[in-house]
Design a protein around this ligand. Structure first.
Ligand SMILES: NC(=O)c1ccc[n+]([C@@H]2O[C@H](COP(=O)([O-])OP(=O)(O)OC[C@H]3O[C@@H](n4cnc5c(N)ncnc54)[C@H](O)[C@@H]3O)[C@@H](O)[C@H]2O)c1
Length: 442
């Protein structure tokens, strides 16, 4: 019986640890392929949702795959790591890896590895998917070998395969859009990984010569984006200072295929782009000159919320100086438009700066009505009208689709004529009556 047949008739079971954005997508793909899946998460709300046949994310296909999986007894939901390990032959780890004081924080992965090691049996395959610093897989393998006394390649397979998905089309990204990146601890693991991923990826796999190369691949993708966004931000600031319009110049420049200037914006958030550059910066701490461009890019991007607030205060100086209370509202908490993900959102930084100078802040976001990480002086609502009503300054921080539709007639009922709007994402096209300060436009 080949691997695909074993998966389809339930002889091979896949356990997925961490059912967040990435884990939900992986689970959906394997359920759609007909496999038996054990979904493992420590968050009770996530487990509750799954048990009700709901998806923890809004990704297309996932709700349907979950309810079908439950109906056909192909989806098991648990918080118990040990049970999941005992009942599975393939373990996919999809827990988040972030930063703590700009150093990698591997707590989530090591906690999963530690509990896996307690029940690990011969013949199991461990697949790690989060983006991790180069060299981390080797450390993970060592931990498993020390704790279990099993040997990689001989007793178990280890595969590193970074996930390369984006919100909105994540399932399609795995199934159709991109080849899977595969690397194994040795020949046996790599061969297993290739067979497994070829079942779900119609674009096939890219086999990397080493695990370190696969770890580097995903970091490079993120660093490429960070450096290019920093370039766009620098060009935008040059335009602001010299009375030019970055957006007009960018459009014209990008009419040539060799120019792909990115968008400038009020800040770079999420758990990917602001995080991965530090994996390379920290790896080369002793020889900082190797990471000059990466470090400067990070500095530019991390400075964007401050740059925006400084510019708003400069231009609306009279409002800030007048003793009367002014209302400041911010549109968007998500770090990117049309997704319910607020991790490392630049909005937090903007709120912090403004509340530090004693302003109350009103935030709108279509996805959030409460947030425990916001400062005390900030309130968040899903009611756009309530947020905007009588604002003196509006800061547009996220390119949610609904903000593109805002028009003069919407604003007439909500804002005063002298209200100033700072557009940190180049979104506003249909408001002409209020003063608009646009990022990148001098
Ligand atoms: N979000 C993205 O767009 C994206 C894209 C590609 C790759 N990645 C990578 O994938 C990783 C995961 O990202 P995500 O967006 O899915 O995270 P997430 O926060 O959406 O989900 C992580 C899930 O793991 C669970 N979890 C954490 N520790 C656990 C533990 N010890 N045991 C069981 N469950 C645990 C959490 O409860 C949560 O449900 C990131 O660190 C990143 O490297 C993310």
């Amino acid at each position: 019986m080949n691997l695909k047949e074993r998966l389809l008739n339930g002889k091979t079971t896949i356990a997925i640890f961490g059912i967040g954005f990435v884990g939900t997508t992986i689970m959906t793909v394997w359920l759609r392929a007909g496999a038996r899946v054990i979904a493992v998460d420590k968050n009770i709300d996530v487990l509750e949702k799954l048990r009700k046949g709901e998806s923890p994310t809004n990704e297309p296909h996932s709700k349907r795959a979950i309810s079908k999986g439950l109906k056909e007894n192909k989806l098991i939901i648990t918080s118990d790591h040990q049970t999941a390990i005992r009942k599975s032959n393939v373990v996919i780890i999809a827990v988040p890896v972030g930063l703590k004081n700009k150093n990698v924080n591997l707590t989530n992965i090591t906690s999963v590895i530690n509990s896996i090691s307690k029940e690990m049996k011969k013949g199991i395959a461990i697949i790690v998917t989060p983006t991790i610093p180069i060299g981390t897989s080797k450390k993970i393998i060592k931990i498993i070998e020390n704790k279990t006394k099993l040997k990689v390649e001989k007793d178990f397979n280890y595969i590193y395969s970074p996930e390369r998905i984006s919100a909105g089309h994540a399932v399609k990204d795995i199934e159709k859009n991109y080849p899977a990146i595969i690397s194994g601890a040795g020949k046996k693991s790599t061969e297993f990984g290739k067979k497994l991923f070829n079942i779900i990826s119609s674009k096939g796999v890219i086999e990397m010569s080493t695990i370190e190369a696969a770890e580097g691949e995903k970091i490079f993708e993120g660093v490429y984006r960070d450096v290019n966004i920093a370039l766009a931000n620098e060009l935008a600031i040059i335009c602001e200072k010299n009375g030019l319009d970055f957006w007009e110049i960018r459009n014209a420049a990008n009419s040539q295929p060799y120019s792909q200037i990115h968008k400038s914006g009020i800040g770079v958030g999420g758990y990917c782009i602001p995080v991965y550059p530090y994996f390379l910066i920290n790896m080369n701490k002793k020889s900082h000159e190797y990471t000059n461009l990466i470090r400067v890019s990070r500095k530019i991007n991390e400075g964007m919320p401050r740059h925006a607030v400084k510019r708003i205060i400069e231009i609306t100086n009279n409002k800030f100086r007048s003793k009367k209370k002014i209302k400041i509202s911010i549109l968007g908490l998500s770090f990117r438009g049309d997704i319910p993900d607020k991790r490392l959102s630049p909005t937090y930084e903007i709120v912090k700066m403004l509340t530090n100078i004693k302003f109350d802040i009103f935030i709108h976001d279509p996805y959030f009505e409460k947030d425990k990480f916001l400062e005390k002086r900030a309130t968040i609502t899903k009611d756009l009208r309530k947020c905007l009503m009588d604002s003196d300054i509006v800061i547009l921080a996220t390119d949610h689709r609904e903000y593109y539709e805002l028009t003069d007639s919407d604003m007439k009922k909500l804002l005063k004529n002298e209200t100033v709007i700072y557009d940190g994402r180049n979104v506003i096209q249909k408001i002409t009556k209020n003063k608009i300060i646009k990022i990148g436009k001098g």
